[in-house]
Design a protein around this ligand. Sequence first.
Ligand SMILES: Nc1ncnc2c1ncn2[C@@H]1O[C@H](COP(=O)(O)OP(=O)(O)OP(=O)(O)O)[C@@H](O)[C@H]1O
Ligand code: SF4
Ligand SMILES: [Mg+2]
Length: 333
Amino acid sequence: MSFLEVSDLRVEFPTSDGLVKAVDGVTFTVERGETLAIVGESGSGKTVTNLALMGLLSKRGSRLSGSAIMKGETSTLELIDLADDQMRKIRGKNIAMIFQDPMSSLHPYYTIGDQIIEAHQAHNEVDIEVSTARAIELLEMVGIPDASNRLKAFPHQFSGGMRQRVMIAMALVNSPDLLIADEPTTALDVTVQAQILKLLRELQSELKMAIILITHDLGVVAGAADRVNVMYAGKIVESARVRELYANPLMPYTHGLLASIPRMDRGHGKRLSAIAGQPPSLIALPAGCAFAPRCTFTERVAGGSDRCKSSMPALTEHTPGHFARCHLEGAKL
Ligand SMILES: Nc1ncnc2c1ncn2[C@@H]1O[C@H](COP(=O)(O)OP(=O)(O)OP(=O)(O)O)[C@@H](O)[C@H]1O
Ligand code: SF4
Ligand SMILES: [Mg+2]
């Protein structure tokens, strides 16, 4: 059994306009010590998938079904529909999450020391000195110089990149088995972004945790993840190991995402090809492939664009570990 097994996860939001199918039957696994990237355009369901795993979707505002089984050292837990008090014990201890904007997670009026120590105290019955030592250890681990003095600083006294390091320290203070990083570097400039991703990679090999890295940028994934799930309109449309996905994308949407990555070797003056058009409304999803209105490969499908529009392709394994949801059935793009 994998460390985390998510099966047929569905999240729907009833709204006055209709039922929003934000996550529409998502199945994937994550192994201990592995980084799984989840990539897709805005609104594809990346964040909602992970909020469901963290028990952070309002029970009244959303409908949740499916399963997410996490295998701990001593016990196995079904995360979907876990009682709130049980989830609170797990969140911040077994599963931690870091977000794009550390300022929304760090309290502006408390020192970062207080906040990291509090995160440790919440899950450990130890003296404050033990938690303080742990906070210093973590700040050193994430590369904050002069850690024992920096405990007394407030979030606004740090640069964006340093604040993100503080967030990572806080998330890791209880040595979680799973870290969910939701666009952790999007707000940072490219150099700092690379440093933070490198840091996550190093910490992971040291701490042997599983990471789910959410990003809209396939360019970020290259050196930062082992496997990738590409999401489109609430579904996984392609899944493979990173190198395999880059070398041999099987789904036109992935192909489009790869073509839109800025590359040094493309030279000046050559336009990036962003994917034309918009994703479909999640209230009125088409019967067939949700990417059909934007796809430039439909004529290569046996049956043509009519087949793409009328029938939803299954997520099919083409080579070991490489899955794609497309009627082109593994044809070279
Ligand atoms: N509480 C809610 N009520 C109704 N719709 C919602 C709610 N929360 C999310 N959605 C919708 O669910 C869809 C998926 O949202 P999600 O936040 O997972 O996207 P995302 O892939 O993380 O996008 P981004 O890259 O912009 O963060 C979006 O269309 C969003 O508008
Ligand atoms: S099923 Fe058809 S529309 Fe969808 S990605 Fe494949 S070729 Fe394009
Ligand atoms: Mg998001």
